[in-house]
Design a protein around this ligand. Structure first.
Ligand code: NI
Length: 163
């Protein structure tokens, strides 16, 4: 079942999310619903606070299939890169954000098993963007120069509304 995505500046998006004590069937159900919601949007990542659940769960899919991480924790990062980012909770906005280029993240998978994900390039950016959501941060908090913020018309916006 697809979930409703809340929009900035909803207060849940500004809160630090709490850790998950155990990957229970309810958490697995949430993970599956988040993956469906992300694909339907469509988006490449989604964090639980975006569906108004203030807990540390993220899902990401940049192509090779979805992965879920519970209580993700960055254990190594290096380098720097800049990608244009957008966010399902901040519609209509894109901007370049500088983040680490190489990343190692530890967390629990959908089965509750501890895994380490090594990421680079766009995947590294998406993981950092989603983990930021767990700490109450959205990507526009990280924009160095507001002049670089780009307006993107929402898909369903009528042309007249742009005039
Ligand atoms: Ni986002």
């Amino acid at each position: 079942m697809a979930l409703k995505i809340i929009k900035f500046p909803h207060p849940t998006l500004k809160k630090k999310a709490r850790p998950v004590a155990k990957v229970t069937p309810a958490i697995v159900k949430l993970i599956d619903a988040m993956i469906e919601t992300m694909h339907k949007a469509p988006g490449v990542g989604l964090a639980a606070p975006q569906v108004n659940k203030s807990i540390r769960v993220i899902v990401v899919d940049v192509g090779p299939g979805p992965i879920a991480l519970v209580n993700p924790e960055v254990i190594e990062k290096s380098g720097s890169q800049i990608f244009m980012e957008g966010c399902l909770s901040v519609p209509g906005v894109e901007a370049p954000v500088e983040r680490a280029a190489l990343l190692k993240v530890k967390g629990l998978d959908r089965d509750g098993v501890e895994i380490v994900v090594t990421a680079e390039g766009f995947m590294a950016t998406v993981l950092q963007h989603e983990i930021d959501h767990l700490d109450g941060k959205v990507f526009i908090d990280r924009i160095a120069d507001p002049a670089l913020i780009k307006y993107v018309a929402p898909k369903n916006e009528k042309k007249e509304e742009l005039l």
